[in-house]
Design a protein around this ligand. Structure first.
Ligand SMILES: Cc1ncc(COP(=O)(O)O)c(C=O)c1O
Length: 372
């Protein structure tokens, strides 16, 4: 019998979540952010599942972080436009950008110079990145109009010029900082007559005023709810990844007996402990505290003891039917129907769903649901 740990990827759920993003986007176009191997779900498989949607319902473009990620998509047969969200990292990459038909973000003066010095056969679609408050990448709002004019004049190199920016606080219920960033970008857009691409998942879900010409959702496509307070709409998201394993051994412990490294958990009553094939060597977070929720045979119980490299331990005292071979879901949907959200697990690990999803390591096989 093979090691039972797998990451089941529900491509129907991915399509459902993308359809929700499109519905919310209304008149705006909704690209799909599939960087970091589609947040750990497998970029080529996810892109294929979305690209095979009917015309008009599929993403008009995908977004990745770098050229290498775009090359993986092209090698996998993905033909849709792909935007490099951080643009090129070296001037040399422009020939590959052109050969692969990619779109680029431009956030720094050296990238502008490299682009203007390049002689493409066809102009390259360019998204000018503005730092409206994230203070990470982009031109300042004061400097951006001058850069815009230079790029707009470079008709040999630049096509489809538009503005992009990234929000720092779109997940918060009330954020005056969000409003400031939005107002800044709207003013720039009016001044330059420029189309806007601003909205990540929380802004796509909760801030329709920010949608502009394009929305740019990532994590919501994978069924994670990025909002500080879930909304009626965000509750419609469906988990795409189920991290599923099985019990491989069971221990009966007397009161006071410890479990695992450092004996962090001690039996408060006569207890049954399940050993589960999943550990930090698979990407499960070692910071998970005792009580971190787990579904055993579709029933909620909690982690008992520190996570090891290849195993973790769970209290099954109240699930008498659980035994060797019983299904354990670390997050996602149990075969018994119950759902454990990756967002909830993340809170017990003092982290966010993004790190849990992108953190699942290659030794965990991804098993894809079949599509028609
Ligand atoms: C520039 C940019 N746009 C869009 C996204 C998608 O964000 P989210 O996954 O929160 O929807 C990210 C995510 O890191 C990003 O860096």
């Amino acid at each position: 019998m093979a090691r039972p740990l797998v990451a089941d990827i529900d491509l129907d759920a991915l399509r459902h979540n993308y359809a929700l993003a499109r519905e919310l986007a209304g008149e705006s176009q909704a690209l799909a952010v599939i960087k970091a191997d589609a947040y750990g779900h497998g970029a080529v498989a996810c892109a294929r599942a979305l690209e095979s949607l009917p015309q008009g319902k599929r993403p008009p473009a995908f977004a990745v972080a770098c050229l290498e990620e775009a090359e993986t998509l092209r090698r996998g047969g993905i033909e849709s436009p792909v935007v490099l969200l951080e643009g090129i990292f070296e001037a040399d990459e422009l020939s590959r950008v052109e050969a692969l038909g990619l779109w680029v973000a431009v956030h720094s003066e050296w990238q502008v110079q490299a682009l203007l010095a390049y002689r493409p056969a066809e102009p390259i679609p360019v998204w000018l990145k503005v730092d409206s408050g994230m203070h990470r990448l982009g031109f300042s709002p004061e400097h951006a109009p001058a850069v815009w004019e230079r790029l707009a004049a470079a008709t040999e190199q630049v096509a489809g010029l538009q503005l992009m920016s990234h929000f720092a606080t779109a997940d918060a219920v009330n954020s005056s900082y969000f409003s400031r960033q939005l107002a800044c970008m709207q003013a720039l857009s009016r001044r330059l007559g420029a189309a806007l691409c601003l909205s990540n998942s929380p802004a796509t879900l909760a801030w329709p005023d920010s949608h502009g010409a394009w929305v740019r959702p990532g994590v919501m496509l994978y069924g994670s709810d990025p909002l500080e307070q879930p909304s009626e709409v965000s509750r419609r998201l469906r988990p795409v990844m189920t991290l599923r394993s099985e019990i491989i051994a069971v221990r009966d412990l007397a009161v006071g007996e410890p479990v695992g490294y450092a004996g962090r958990w001690r039996a408060p009553r006569p207890s049954r402990i399940a050993v589960v094939a999943c550990g930090y060597g698979d990407g499960y977070d070692r910071h998970a505290v005792d009580g971190t929720p787990v579904l055993v045979a579709g029933q909620r119980t909690g982690l008992a003891g520190k996570v090891s490299m290849d195993m973790l331990t769970v209290d099954i005292t109240d699930i008498p039917e659980a035994d060797i071979g019983t299904e354990v879901v670390l997050w996602g949907r149990s075969r018994h129907g119950a759902v454990l959200s990756v967002d909830e697990v993340a809170r017990y690990c003092d982290t966010i769903s993004y790190t849990l999803l992108t953190g699942i390591l290659p030794r965990v096989p991804r098993c894809y649901s079949r599509l028609d």
